[in-house]
Write a protein that binds this ligand. Structure first.
Ligand code: PLP
Length: 433
């Protein structure tokens, strides 16, 4: 598969190069040159397959010329070795598509674990003993998913930056207690600051080469391709009737999840429309209503994985709309405040469904925008237990931690602490080698 840099279409790379580089020149994102499409009769066959078989088929449409089918099969099996999506009805015409039954209880497990497999393929089969340093910024869930996906993977060092005091204790415990090849740094600043430091590091040619820098954020195309697979699974799991007018509402931060959904649609999965749901960090909703791109300072909310004011996948969304000649005006969108999010969590509980702030935002907009003849799915991006401190208080509940989280909550934190200073970070990274 060939990909081009969105900032310079002349820079073209294949998939494995794109995964290895993360970003292109001028921090440009890579985008597939050719978008595979599926004929309706083929789609019918695909939908009848199980999740693994179908996912291998979908990914091989992109990757067959670069990864042998027996290898790809193995990687998909290693990556998706946990319970896949579940559809849980909430109202007659609305269900939650739960994507959080993986090892770190977030949808990010799908993308991060597939990326780990591909990087391991590059370092151990293609380049033999090549060393990679994964540097990534997280507002919570990425850190856990990436740390667990890459834990003890040969020839990969992982460094994770996160905003000090702005993620939940549980989230912190889940990825800052592992050790081995996983190093975590708590930065005295916002998530945007962390993301900026990562970008600076990528811009530093010397550093990039010396430590084999790579990012595991959703700028990495391998994550997005893996995520396409669960949209097909969600579609396969709902009834024929509900498939006819399907609307999917997505809680958006960096807009990777939405990009993957749009890619699934571009391949021929008949999703009628998407809703891009944000919290008050609403750069995209404001852009869609005014046409002006004006990121504000990042605001902390109870849906902290979406506290992002410069969503880095947005150029991919725009490119896809352009390539498919879809109208960006057709994209549904909205933003939801913390107080409405809390009310929505209570509303969901009254319908018998315990959720968490991110999914609640997607539900709220879906509920308000869904037409009478449509069927809606909102994506459950994290298990409510990951936001226990918030959800328990609002709902007067005592959510039980799944076993996966319990064992981490008593381990000591191994994080370093750092001011948001690039030179300090650079020194640290070079010393870590
Ligand atoms: C990362 C995350 C999101 C946002 O997903 P993007 O792909 O960055 O838009 C939403 N909810 C949760 C729980 C997350 O961890």
């Amino acid at each position: 598969m060939k990909l081009y840099n969105l900032k310079n279409h002349n820079e073209q790379v294949n998939f494995l190069q794109a995964v290895n580089m993360g970003l292109g020149h001028k921090q440009g994102l890579f985008f597939p040159k050719h978008l595979p499409t599926i004929h309706p009769y083929e789609l019918e066959k695909l939908l009848n397959m199980d999740f693994f078989t179908r996912s291998i088929k979908i990914l091989s449409m992109f990757l067959k010329d670069e990864i042998k089918s027996t290898d790809l099969k193995q990687y998909v099996q290693n990556a998706f070795s946990f319970p896949g999506p579940r559809i849980v009805p909430v109202l007659k015409n609305i269900s939650c598509c739960e994507l959080f039954h993986g090892p770190t209880l977030a949808f990010k497990d799908f993308g991060a674990r597939f990326m780990a497999q591909i990087l391991s393929h590059i370092n151990n089969s293609i380049m033999k003993n090549n060393k990679t340093t994964i540097l990534t910024a997280t507002s919570g869930d990425t850190g856990a998913a990436v740390a667990h996906a890459f834990y003890k993977i040969k020839n990969v060092n992982v460094i994770i930056l996160y905003p000090h005091g702005k993620i939940s204790k549980l989230q912190e415990n889940l990825f800052c207690t592992l050790g081995h090849n996983i190093t975590t740094i708590s930065i005295n600043g916002s998530f945007d600051k962390c993301q900026q430091l990562v970008k600076q590091a990528f811009n530093d040619q010397e550093l990039r080469v010396k430590i084999g820098l790579n990012s595991a954020n959703s700028i990495n195309i391998s994550r997005l391709l893996a995520q396409i697979c669960y949209y097909f699974e969600a579609y396969a799991l709902i009834s024929q009737e509900n498939r006819k007018q399907l609307v999917i509402s997505i809680p958006c931060g960096n807009f990777g999840n939405l990009t993957a959904g749009l890619l699934a649609k571009s391949m021929g999965l008949p999703i009628k429309s998407f809703i891009a749901a944000t919290n008050v960090n609403d750069t995209v909703p404001r852009f869609l209503s005014t046409g002006k791109w004006e990121p504000h300072h990042c605001i902390s909310t109870i849906s902290n994985a979406m506290d992002i004011s410069r969503p880095n996948n947005w150029p991919r969304v725009q490119e896809l709309f352009h390539r498919k000649q879809w109208k960006i005006k057709k994209l549904n969108f909205g933003s939801v405040s913390d107080s409405i999010t809390k009310k929505t969590l209570s509303e969901l509980k009254n319908h018998g469904y315990i959720s968490e702030p991110h999914a609640a935002i997607a539900y709220r907009l879906l509920k308000h925008k869904l037409q009478h003849d449509e069927f809606g799915l909102f994506l459950g991006t994290a298990h409510p237990a990951k936001f226990k401190h918030i959800v328990d208080k609002i709902l007067n509940e005592n959510i039980q931690l799944p076993e996966e989280l319990k064992k981490y909550s008593h381990l000591p934190l191994l994080s370093y602490y750092m001011k948001p200073n690039f030179n300090k970070l650079k020194k640290f990274l070079l010393l870590k080698q």
